[in-house]
Design a binder for this molecule. Structure first.
Ligand code: AMP
Ligand code: ZN
Ligand code: FE
Ligand code: FE
Length: 311
């Protein structure tokens, strides 16, 4: 389908087909397959996220919170009202040969008891980890409490993550930005870093498949350069369905290389912005960073085909 040119498009308000967006234009069948809400470390409620998707002209949106499917029902409710198709999703952290690999599940049954039970235990581990990070920070003279972190995360039961710790530190005046909190304290190797409980690759892929979903390796660019290809191959051997070739952290050369791997390995080439609201300034829903992400319905159709083949 022909992209809508911003130069020839009138200010179209909420009209989907004629909506030019932020960084460049989007195809009229644009979608986003990777986004976070307040149930993990995004800053928009599921409802507000879907409204934004609608305003940006997206016809489908995957809600892919870390270790949590609790935002999907509200998103779907708003999606039904606005005509935005909501794809149920999840983002899991996998430990593979000492690396932190993110795995997306799309089209999962978010009511699956096995999935819900495993996610609840991962969130409990996140809470224990946040408590340990707070202890370390206090020992370093940063006087925040676990309640402050929990408040940043919103409701009880939300997936506590380092961005919430970072925001609590900002509120306490210990750092000026989230980025500074990571650089000085929270990044791997920094003094308040505590590793997260993670799943094994086979376990995570099986969890997604058992819930009827398809598994995609997220943002491969975040892996060390010399480990990307072997990791993608190992996950493909373990039953991976897709590779996130387009992501706000991927430059054009990255995306090209990843698409070639996907083609070679028979994986669906997927994409998404990884929108987190104010927790990732600059990353926009549907378009990523400076317009580097562009995903259309054809990709979702491919994922659905894979899911049907599996069931
Ligand atoms: P967690 O799941 O608690 O380990 O936190 C991971 C989240 O922190 C992800 O959403 C990342 O995007 C975010 N994050 C990781 N490193 C940084 C960084 N250096 N600056 C800002 N956010 C980061
Ligand atoms: Zn996140
Ligand atoms: Fe991720
Ligand atoms: Fe993400």
């Amino acid at each position: 389908m022909a992209p809508v040119s911003p130069a020839t498009t009138p200010r179209a308000g909420r009209h989907r087909k004629l909506h030019a967006r932020g960084s460049g234009s989007l195809p009229v069948d644009a979608i986003d397959l990777h986004a976070h809400t307040v149930v993990s470390d995004g800053t928009l409620t599921p409802r507000a996220l879907v409204r934004l998707a609608f305003e940006r002209g997206l016809s489908a949106l995957a809600v892919t919170d870390h270790d949590h499917v609790g935002g999907i029902a509200e998103a779907r409710d708003e999606g039904l009202r606005l005509g935005v198709e909501i794809v149920s999703g999840i983002e899991l952290s996998v430990e593979h040969e000492g690396l932190d690999v993110h795995l997306l599940g799309h089209l999962v049954d978010e009511t699956s008891p096995a999935l819900l039970a495993r996610l609840a235990s991962l969130r409990a581990a996140r809470e224990a980890r946040a408590a340990r990070m707070v202890e370390r920070l206090r020992a370093l003279g940063v006087a925040i409490r676990l309640e402050d972190v929990a408040r940043e995360a919103g409701g009880a039961g939300n997936a506590l993550g380092r961005p919430h710790v970072a925001r609590a530190m900002m509120r306490a005046g210990a750092v000026a930005t989230i980025e500074e909190a990571f650089e000085r304290y929270l990044a791997s190797g920094r003094p308040a870093y505590v590793p997260k409980a993670k799943l094994g690759a086979a376990e995570a892929i099986a969890l997604v498949h058992a819930a009827g979903g398809v598994a995609t390796l997220a943002h491969p660019v975040t892996l060390p350069e010399d480990r990307r290809e072997p990791v993608v191959r190992a996950f493909a051997d373990a039953g991976l369905d897709g590779l996130e070739t387009d992501h706000s952290k991927h430059g054009p050369d990255d995306a090209r290389r990843f698409r070639a791997w996907a083609r070679e390995l028979g994986l669906v080439a997927t994409g998404g912005s990884d929108f987190h609201g104010d927790n990732k300034p600059g990353v926009e829903l549907g378009t990523g960073l400076d317009g580097n992400v562009r995903v259309t319905r054809a990709t979702l159709d491919e994922l659905k085909k894979r899911a049907r083949r599996r069931s």
